[in-house]
Design a protein around this ligand. Structure first.
Ligand code: F6P
Length: 381
């Protein structure tokens, strides 16, 4: 019988973090279980900093469904299995501090830890699970690139924000006869760019999974010019790359080993300049950035997050640990964390990736790609 559980939110924030927290807490309360939240993700687990979470009047988890961000914070630089420390000589030293976390969990008597996060977060969750900790993961990221699930929470809100930006870029682009480029996030996956291009009526969508030829993208715009359309809208995923080239890196950082230290960005500006030269139309770039992560979740994300949170707590009640809540064939389900982040070649192949990583990428057979091609959106290929 579980009595006491804790939640941690980790990685870049998304709209829907709080909706998941609320659903876990409410389901826990309805079953007489005490709920806590570690502050700032795995950092809080390491430092043993946590707060009681309850939905009573004026309590921390009350009135948070529509709230952006995470009431318990989140960390993007805490790989506790390879943690960056400074030794007495002032040198950087990487240490496995997972045992400290496990001791904290035992000492505080937590029967289960819910890990809300993307693939990096779930890798650590899997590693805690193999060391005997009861863990249940919930798939979070605006990038929608977690393996084994059809959708992550936060993604739908990011797409909606990008769609609204495209609507606005349309009117200003049309007025000034310009090419309007929108750079969206997504890391090495093109889901946000692809889906917002369809929802926002873009003419060109450049995504990492389909390396582009800028001349082909320009051809699409020239075709439109021949039809008398003196403006065009282009969506570029931050990870987009030219055929034979690489993604544009804004900078690199040192958040420790085993985490993504590459900050992508800048490709939108490059594309805008190239398209201007190739078409003769003026071009402007807008980088949407953190607008995609902040603010209130859409109705879809509130419902998805609530489903995920309730399911996660139900799994804990059933004693079903070491899993990630997922949507599979449209249904709420769960899969083992090992399947999600392990080196499973079969799953890697299905998610369009290598056997080293299961990040879920856009595949050429996906309905969204076929739909986009069918209505004439150019991928620059
Ligand atoms: O993974 C989510 C995400 O928003 C990516 O789309 C983006 O590349 C990255 O995080 C930005 O990370 P940071 O918050 O460290 O700038």
């Amino acid at each position: 019988m579980i009595k006491k559980v804790a939640i941690l939110a980790n990685g870049g924030d998304v709209a829907g973090f709080n909706a998941v927290i609320r659903a876990i807490v409410k389901t826990a309360e309805n079953n007489g279980i005490e709920c806590y939240g570690f502050i700032d993700g795995y950092q809080g687990l390491l430092k043993n900093e946590f707060e009681r979470l309850s939905t009573g009047e004026d309590e921390m988890a009350s009135g948070i469904l529509q709230k952006g961000g995470s009431i318990i914070g989140s960390s993007t630089n805490a790989n506790v299995f390879n943690y960056k420390t400074i030794n007495e000589k002032g040198e950087v030293e990487y240490k496995d501090l997972s045992e400290v976390c496990i001791e904290n969990i035992k000492k505080d008597g937590f029967d289960c830890i819910f890990t809300l996060g993307g693939d990096g977060t779930q890798k650590s969750a899997r590693d805690f699970s193999t060391r005997g900790v009861n863990v249940i993961g919930v798939p979070k990221t605006i990038d929608n690139d977690v393996a084994c699930t059809e959708i992550t929470f936060g993604y739908n809100t990011a797409v909606s924000v990008a769609m609204e930006a495209l609507d606005r870029l349309h009117t200003t682009g049309e007025t000034h006869h310009r090419i309007m480029v929108l750079e969206v996030m997504g890391r090495y996956a093109g889901w946000i760019a692809l889906e917002s291009a369809i929802a926002g009526g873009a003419d060109v969508a450049l995504i990492p999974e389909i390396p582009y030829d800028i001349n082909k993208a320009a051809d699409k715009i020239k075709e439109r010019m021949k039809e008398g359309k003196t403006f065009s809208v282009v969506v570029v995923a931050e990870g987009a790359m030219p055929a034979g080239g690489t993604a544009t890196i804004l900078n690199t950082r040192d958040n420790g080993a085993g985490v993504d230290n590459t900050k992508l960005g800048g490709v939108g500006q490059i594309i805008a300049k190239q398209l201007e030269e190739l078409t003769g139309l003026e071009a402007r770039n807008t980088t949407l950035g953190y607008m995609q992560r902040g603010g209130t979740p859409t109705a879809f994300d509130r419902v998805l997050s609530t489903k995920y949170g309730a399911k996660a707590m139900q799994l804990a009640l059933d004693g079903h640990f070491g899993v990630l809540t997922v949507i599979k064939n449209g249904r709420l389900d769960c899969v083992s964390l090992e399947d999600v982040v392990g080196e499973n070649t079969e799953i890697g192949a299905v998610s369009g990736n290598t056997n080293k990583s299961n990040i879920r990428k856009v595949t050429m057979e996906h309905d969204l790609v076929k739909t986009a091609r069918s209505i004439g959106i150019s991928f620059g290929d």
